[in-house]
Design a protein around this ligand. Structure first.
Ligand code: FES
Length: 277
């Protein structure tokens, strides 16, 4: 039997110390995933920024875009505290979305899954596993600025608040002029909160909060059940992340197009089917 000292040194797949950017012995299409992430996240970021600054076409009847909810101040009937207050600094731009969108935005920005995804696709650090990176030093997340990613656990708590408001919006979307009904928007907003729920309740930080704080979580039956549920969601965290990202963007587009009179909306009331723009 050979000893460690007698073994031939293994040839590394990537010459990490002296390798070039992009150098790899991988033969698969390792670049495809980062490219798709770049295109997907990039498109969403451009659209979400554009939509957040519009300050119009974000409500239609009982529907409100998730980008603008909860609408703290604003001109729509959905606003909790009425129009923009007089004390609001005139030099600051105003849109109800700007007051709230930073919470889900920073929550996703600091999400463990997205971090792994955009580190690869946006600044190629590394572009993929076992592929040469553009820099030779490893800074990690223990120094500024990436140490700020640890605020994820706090954005998690704020995100549950926002999610609660979105659940309320979904419920309200079934009420048309005081009568219960069903519209495409009701389904869009309901599916959106389900997908968002799968994403936020499968969060790694929430999993720790629920059961990770115990040495033996199995000794706490209720927390153990919860922990297993969160673990189940957490196993598909990437899928929930993308599905909810698409649904939240689509919900805004749907409400916007209805408000602009482009998308015909159907809804049913007891004994009545109606269509309007
Ligand atoms: S780790 Fe992704 S939402 Fe917390």
């Amino acid at each position: 039997m050979g000893t460690t000292a007698n073994r031939e040194p293994a040839t590394p797949d990537v010459l990490w110390a002296n390798g070039r950017f992009g150098q790899t012995s991988r033969r698969d299409r390792w670049w495809l995933s980062p490219l798709l992430v770049f295109l997907g996240l990039g498109t969403f970021l451009v659209y979400a920024n554009w939509a957040a600054w519009q300050n119009q076409h974000y409500t239609f009847g009982p529907y409100i875009s998730p980008f603008y909810s909860p609408e703290i101040f604003g001109d729509s009937p959905h606003a909790w505290f009425g129009p923009k207050p007089t004390w609001y600094p005139s030099f600051l731009p105003f849109s109800p979305a700007l007051l709230i969108l930073w919470i889900p935005g920073l929550f996703r920005l600091t999400c463990y899954y997205y971090r792994g995804a955009y580190y690869k696709s946006f600044w190629a650090d590394p572009p993929a596993c076992a592929v040469g990176e553009p820099r030779k030093s490893y800074l990690g997340e223990r120094t500024f600025p990436l140490v700020l990613q640890n605020f994820h656990r706090y954005f998690l708590r704020l995100s549950y608040l926002v999610w609660g408001f979105l659940v309320y919006d979904a419920w309200k979307s079934f009420w048309f002029q005081g009568r219960f009904g069903l519209g495409i928007g009701s389904l869009v907003l309901t599916v959106n909160v389900v997908l968002l729920g799968g994403y936020v309740f499968g969060c790694h930080a929430f999993r720790h909060l629920v059961g990770g704080v115990f040495d033996r979580v199995s000794e706490h039956p209720i927390r153990y059940q919860l922990y297993n549920c969160v673990t189940c969601l957490n196993g598909n965290h990437k899928k929930w992340a993308w599905a909810s990202l698409c649904s939240v963007g689509f919900a805004d587009i749907y409400v916007r197009l209805c408000s602009m009179g482009i998308w015909l909306i159907f809804y049913t009331l007891p004994n009545k089917v109606a269509a309007t723009c």
